[in-house]
Structures are given as structure tokens and as C-alpha cells.
Design a protein around this ligand. Structure first.
Ligand code: ADP
Length: 263
């Protein structure tokens, strides 16, 4: 991919926000050829909040998560995470931001050649420098949290899709990230496996202070966990608010149309 590498160069440090703002997009634009995906997008997320991005397919939601993971670079605008500017940024600082952001994808992306426990311990050992014992203790706690304490010694291929996704959630949390990005984490699952994964995420949302940015079509789930819902269309946020208001009384015609189609 051509746009994956951050530029190491002079970064202007941005002071931490006094408002508790953790993520900020300022006038961010992104084009793929002729296709303007994000158009001077502004939004911010406060630390500890759970924010859901909704909107039609192709409205740029995944692109936003990928930018936070420094997998896709914006053409214009600034993105800051915890006061650190991401583009441009020094390689070391990008690594630090990425360590603080966990992402769970639609496809679970587990390491197929490693047993479940090792999937969860690998990054804490190699990236954070935890001892094997420390990493294993943390991994066992997290596997318990996602209901898979008894699956430490099996390979991912021996698990259902829902179980694999729960391992992927434990693996993301093992890095103790400040932010958890969830990109349509149930859309590749058989319908009967969806509820188990969403229940685990509800638990995490309730019991931790992690900041969550979530792309989902599961509107009941969004309603349960979100502090704020952002509706995307035409490369911008066209409407946002608490889930009760957004789902019960959307003001924008496009939001009404979209919710009418998915609810
Ligand atoms: P959403 O998550 O809202 O469905 P995406 O962020 O995945 O939207 O995609 C927004 C638009 O950007 C889509 O039209 C998609 O085809 C396009 N797009 C995303 N990534 C690329 C890429 N690497 N190259 C070309 N087009 C892309």
C-alpha cells in the first residue's frame, strides 16, 4: 500500500487538551483518485467516551479508523491523539501512538500458527517487553474476561468465528491501549455468534475506562454502549448526539433515511 508510511520529520508538538479530548480530527480530507472520501472532516472524542460512527457504506468510517492506526494517510488536515500529531510525525512517536491504540477488525487476523495464549502474549512480550510470566498472567485474565479461559492451548482454527473474535479482543486489550477501535467486528460472523461477541464488548464498555471508537451496523449495541453517535455522509459528520436522541429523533433527512433502512 502506498500511503501507509508515516513521514519522519519535524512535528509541532500539540499540548494535551485541557478538556480531556483524546482524539481530534481537524479539517481532514482524503481522496482516492477522483473519490473524495473525507471532506474537511472535524470531530473529536473525549477520553473514556464510547463513540459510534454510523453512515452508509463507503462514507469513510473505516478510513477514519485506519488513519488513527496510521494505515492510511490523510491528504490534508491534522489528526491528534492524546496531544500528539500523527501526520507528520516522527517514527518513534507514531509507534507510541500505535501502542496506545488497539484495533479489532472484521476479519479476526489471529496468528494461525500460534495457540490462543501465545496470540495474546506475543505483542506484550515483543513490543512492551513484558516477561513471559507477566504476559501470560495478563492474557489468562483477559481470556477469562472474554469467556475463553479454557481455550488457551488450542489453535485459532479450532475455534468458532465468535470465539476467534473474542480472542482478537483479548489480544487488543493485552496491550492496555487507551483507545479501542472496532471495525464491524461482528459482520463476518454467523448470526448466532454475534450476541456473544457484543456481550463481551458491552462488558468491556461498562467495566473499563477505555475510549472506544466503533463502526457498526448493530444499532441496538450502538444504543447500549455509546455516549455519542456520529452520522457520516458526504465525507463529513452531518449529525451527532447521544444515542437516545439520534435514534429516536434524528433531525437530518439522511440520518432518518439511513436509520429507516437499518433499524
Ligand atoms: P465505510 O467504512 O464507511 O464503508 P470506507 O472508509 O471503507 O467506508 O471507504 C470509503 C471509500 O473509500 C469507499 O468508496 C472505498 O471504496 C474507498 N477506499 C477505501 N480504501 C481505498 C483504497 N485503499 N483505495 C481506493 N479506494 C479506497
Amino acid at each position: 500500500m502506498s500511503d501507509t508510511l508515516p513521514t519522519p520529520d519535524s512535528r509541532t508538538p500539540t499540548p494535551p487538551s485541557p478538556t480531556g479530548e483524546l482524539i481530534r480530527f481537524d479539517q481532514v480530507s482524503k481522496r482516492f483518485g477522483e473519490n473524495t472520501v473525507l471532506d474537511r472532516l472535524d470531530f473529536s472524542v473525549e477520553a473514556g467516551k464510547h463513540v459510534t460512527l454510523i453512515g452508509p457504506s463507503g462514507s469513510g468510517k473505516t478510513t477514519i479508523l485506519r488513519m488513527l492506526m496510521t494505515l492510511t494517510r490523510p491528504d490534508e488536515g491534522t489528526i491528534t491523539v492524546d496531544g500528539r500529531r500523527l501526520y507528520p510525525a516522527k517514527r518513534r512517536e507514531v509507534a507510541e501512538v500505535r501502542r496506545n491504540i488497539g484495533m479489532v477488525f472484521q476479519q479476526f487476523n489471529l496468528f494461525p500458527n500460534m495457540k490462543v495464549l501465545r496470540n495474546v502474549t506475543e505483542a506484550p512480550v515483543t513490543v512492551l517487553g513484558l516477561s513471559k510470566d507477566e504476559a501470560e498472567a495478563r492474557a489468562r485474565e483477559l481470556l477469562e474476561l472474554v469467556g475463553l479461559a479454557d481455550k488457551c492451548d488450542v489453535y485459532p482454527s479450532q475455534l468458532s468465528g465468535g470465539q476467534q473474535q473474542r480472542v482478537a479482543i483479548a489480544r487488543a486489550l493485552a496491550m492496555r491501549p487507551q483507545v479501542l477501535l472496532l471495525d464491524e467486528v461482528t459482520s463476518a460472523l454467523d448470526p448466532e455468534l454475534v450476541a456473544g461477541v457484543l456481550d463481551v464488548l458491552r462488558d468491556i464498555a461498562r467495566s473499563t475506562d477505555i475510549t472506544m471508537l466503533c463502526v457498526t451496523h448493530e444499532m441496538n449495541f450502538a444504543r447500549d454502549i455509546s455516549d455519542d453517535v456520529l452520522m457520516f455522509d458526504g465525507g463529513r459528520v452531518i449529525e451527532s448526539g447521544p444515542p437516545e436522541r439520534m435514534f429516536e429523533d434524528p433531525t437530518h433527512e439522511r440520518t432518518r433515511e439511513f436509520l429507516g433502512a437499518v433499524l
